[in-house]
Design a protein around this ligand. Sequence first.
Ligand SMILES: Nc1nc2c(ncn2[C@@H]2O[C@H](COP(=O)(O)OP(=O)(O)OP(=O)(O)O)[C@@H](O)[C@H]2O)c(=O)[nH]1
Ligand SMILES: [Mg+2]
Length: 495
Amino acid sequence: MGFFSKIKKLWSKKDAEPQVQDEAGLSGDAQETLEAQPADAAPIASAAPQEALSPQAAPAPEAAPSTATAPSPAPGPAPGEQAAKPASATGDDGKDVWKNKLTLELRQAEPRLSVWLTILLDGVAQAGPLLWERLRFLFVSLEAPESEADAFVEKFRKWVEEMEYEDVDDFRSELQYRLALALDLEDEEDERNRLFLKLSEGLAKTKEQIAKRIDGLLASHDKMDDSFWEELEEILIMADVGFEPAAKLLDNLRGRARKAGTNDPAKFRDILSEELAEIFKTGKTIKAINPPEVVMMIGVNGVGKTTTIAKLAHRAQMSGKKVLIAAGDTFRAAAIEQLKIWADRVGAGFFSKGENADPAAVAFEAMDKGLAEGYDIIFLDTAGRLHTKVNLMEELKKIQRVLDKKHPGAPHRSILVLDATTGQNALSQTKLFHEAVGVDEIVLTKLDGTAKGGVIVGIALEYGVPITFVGLGEKMEDLRPFHGQDFAQALLSSS
Ligand SMILES: Nc1nc2c(ncn2[C@@H]2O[C@H](COP(=O)(O)OP(=O)(O)OP(=O)(O)O)[C@@H](O)[C@H]2O)c(=O)[nH]1
Ligand SMILES: [Mg+2]
């Protein structure tokens, strides 16, 4: 468990059991927290144990060691005094005024990265010196070494430049994601909250189809009778859930209502969200992986395979993996160039044999490179010619055979990329690819701005293949992990 989550745990524990701390104000867990810190970097908890246990446990810049870039602040006052007299903690040369103000605000804020970031970015609308200074300040406040702050800022600055972003709003979630990784702060909740908001926005049109019509259905029926279920079936079909899946879903819902002994429409939402949660539940799988892990991206033309590779490669890179991207789509020179640009942008290795090369040979040689150069993960792009052409499937099978021969078990994951805007086609593509080459995971792109998001329910119901990510836009950070429960909730809330 990361330091940050320990703090959170301690905080909630303290609320629940105010008496269990020992004389030093430390519970057993707090002691563990302290022990988990390197002696020379003892941040918040060791500098001010009581504060670490208090809801005001924000970063403690005054207690920063001498590695701080900021003009060295005076030693921190005794725990508990800081909030009372922050302004006097450092000199009044004007330079420190904003730092003191921020410090105070951070201290008083709820200790969550997203909250800290909101405070830190107040008044910073664009990338530039002010932003870099604030980021360095956050690192220093959290007692991270100056060199780490510099490396982070430099890398992030370059990335923002390469991506041609200017407005903070365009890269804020990416920044938060990177900060969480760099500062070892657990960001799951934040990421989930952000995903939820983004999902709700992205699903606006699908919600129009489903949630609003369900509202109408519930308002016009006082019991769940045959006409209720018939109308519901229509709604599901209109929302692109698909004929067979809609019938299945309906059966399950009726079964749940029967079991609950109710035909009251007021209970319907609960029944539906329970059912959706069940549909999206995926069992945990254990995959023995002999590095490099090989991920093969499959899917028809234009669904978003190449951009999804870039996004997944970026995530893998960010989590410290050595990533190789291989250009197995050799039909268009432009496709190879597009992939190369993405590989350069995310800082991944790249392998290509040029246009018209045999894709299986690309896979074979990329595997050689991956093994020889110690890559952790290889993403293989493939061509997306029409799935009705048998030879695409034959080609994919050949690639799989070649990979497995070279590196037993590879490809470890075949990820099918589907475009949500194609509605029912996404269902038939799943069937074709699943039967021909086997699909381990699905990424559903372009959920933003389509009314056909209901297809995701159909896919999960019909094929039981885990949906791991959804695409909610074209930017890097718009590829988000898929949480079934959040999806169900976002889909059904009418606001
Ligand atoms: N709005 C939106 N656009 C997306 C998303 N994912 C991909 N795109 C866009 O879809 C287009 C096609 O994406 P590619 O990654 O080139 O698709 P592909 O499957 O590699 O296509 P081919 O190489 O032609 O087979 C690009 O313009 C992407 O920016 C998404 O989640 N939302
Ligand atoms: Mg492509």
